[in-house]
Design a protein around this ligand. Structure first.
Ligand code: GDP
Length: 447
């Protein structure tokens, strides 16, 4: 999975906040520590981690969380915001096209980063967007590079400009310059130049890239980086920034078991936007990069949403507390019962309420544990078929009302009778539990 491990760790860290009503400074500190550890283990560069954590901490301790209805949810929001920020902000950066075609896109990066593959992906994507791209083989270092570009060009259905074979070792700068003329003549509105990479950063490589850049005056220089290179990401990106400079970043191999460090470090340290992501070996495995969506994937928003629900449950405690108070005052009605029934399916709210009462009989606890979903659905239907007066005062439920309710809820009169009897029994047991030995109801906060 994309950022699998980092994702799990972040979700866990935030998960520890769930069901906490108010957050203390200690809660926030321990969460922030977890986030820090998760980022470092994902190979995110230390300065980036430090800044990230400091921002989250500062905001989490601030007013916006204090005032939030649901503080845990608010912290999740903050972490999400900060992820978006370090991935480049919520403004997607689009490719810049030249006012006068051809638009020139030059690809730079280490050998094996995925430049040639990317050239094909980009060409195919642009062709789909009604452009007429041409690929240029300016990687004349690697013996196979030209052939490989021709293969991806064929797959993408896009022509490739390359030096004639047998011409010995060509001059990539000349090839690049020549390609401009061809593109204009053949009405290609975009030229994608694949350049040579080396296994490591070196001056000759940078020099060549710089000369190609000068010769073609590209609209975009995209730095292609393998997301799996981990801690080296920042140093490599800096070297290319100083050596050639680039306008945007493309992350490749995000489908691998990437720890995500490169993704999270590069945009921030180079102040260049991540523009595309490559997520597999096929030409279709390619997508424009959206910081907000990527943050969502890293935080695993699906999981975080359930976390938020969980936090929401904590909020329902307030409801449970109110019910317990009503019970003590003998004001608990079928209407309250219905509300609790509806919550019982999404939360352990009823049980929560019982736990707030001092002397709950064992029979009552097991009664509640034994409710199954179909019984709950039937009970809901019955109560929903009652009028407000009936819900508030079940004593008025005579025979004709009961048969009307049974018809309305698609149940039998027997079921209605059963429910009313059970409700009365439960209400009675709960009332005496609520009163307990102490009328002040010890253990009930806020009373
Ligand atoms: P270049 O040296 O920078 O031109 O890199 P290549 O385009 O030749 O890619 C190097 C290797 O990485 C090739 O085997 C590609 O198939 C592979 N590759 C490129 N992009 C991706 C990607 O997004 N995911 C995966 N899994 N492999 C990729």
């Amino acid at each position: 999975a994309l950022f699998g491990n980092l994702s799990d760790r972040l979700v866990d860290a935030l998960g520890n906040l769930r069901s906490k009503g108010k957050l203390t400074a200690a809660d926030i500190d321990s969460t922030v520590r977890e986030i820090r550890r998760a980022l470092l283990e994902a190979d995110v560069a230390l300065p980036v981690v430090k800044a990230f954590v400091a921002h989250v901490r500062e905001r989490a301790l601030g007013d916006e969380v204090n005032r939030a209805l649901n503080p845990a949810q608010q912290v999740v929001q903050i972490v999400n915001d900060e992820l978006i920020r370090i991935l480049g902000g919520d403004q997607d950066r689009k490719l810049q096209f030249a006012k006068r075609p051809p638009t020139v896109i030059m690809l730079v990066g280490l050998q094996g980063a995925g430049k040639t593959t990317l050239a094909g992906k980009l060409a195919k994507w642009l062709a789909n967007e009604q452009h007429t791209p041409m690929l240029v083989a300016a990687d004349l270092q690697r013996p196979n590079a030209v052939t490989q570009l021709q293969i991806v060009g064929d797959q993408a259905g896009v022509p490739v400009f390359a030096p004639e074979p047998g011409n010995g070792v060509g001059d990539p700068v000349r090839v690049a310059r020549e390609s401009m003329r061809i593109a204009e003549a053949k009405h290609h509105d975009v030229v994608i130049i694949d350049t040579a990479g080396r296994l490591g950063v070196d001056e000759e490589l940078m020099g060549q890239a710089r000369r190609i850049k000068e010769a073609t005056n590209p609209d975009e220089v995209l730095f292609v980086i393998d997301a799996m290179i981990g801690q080296d990401a920042v140093a490599t990106a800096r070297a290319f920034q100083e050596g050639v400079d680039f306008t945007g970043v493309v992350l490749t191999k995000l489908d691998g078991d990437a720890r995500g460090g490169a993704a999270l470090s590069v945009a921030q340290t180079t102040e260049r936007p991540i523009m595309f992501a490559s997520v597999g070996e096929r030409l279709e495995d390619f997508e424009p990069f959206h910081p907000d969506r990527m943050a969502g994937r890293i935080l695993n928003m699906g999981d975080v949403l359930s976390l938020i629900e969980e936090a929401q449950r904590a909020f329902d405690e307030e409801e449970a507390r109110k019910s317990a108070e009503k019970l003590a005052r003998n004001e608990y009605t079928l209407e309250d019962f219905l509300k609790q029934m509806q919550q019982i399916r999404k939360a352990g709210n009823f049980k929560k309420m019982l736990s707030l009462l001092p002397n709950v009989p064992k029979e009552l606890k097991s009664e509640i544990d034994n409710f199954d979903d179909s019984a709950l659905i039937r009970i809901e239907a019955i109560i929903q078929s009652m009028t407000p007066q009936e819900r508030n005062n079940p004593k008025i439920l005579n025979g004709s009302r009961r048969s009307r309710i049974a018809r309305g809820s698609g149940t039998e009169v027997r079921d209605v009778n059963d429910l009313v009897k059970r409700f009365e029994m439960m209400a009675k047991m709960m009332r005496s539990a609520a009163r307990g030995e102490n009328p002040g109801m010890p253990g009930m906060p806020g009373m």
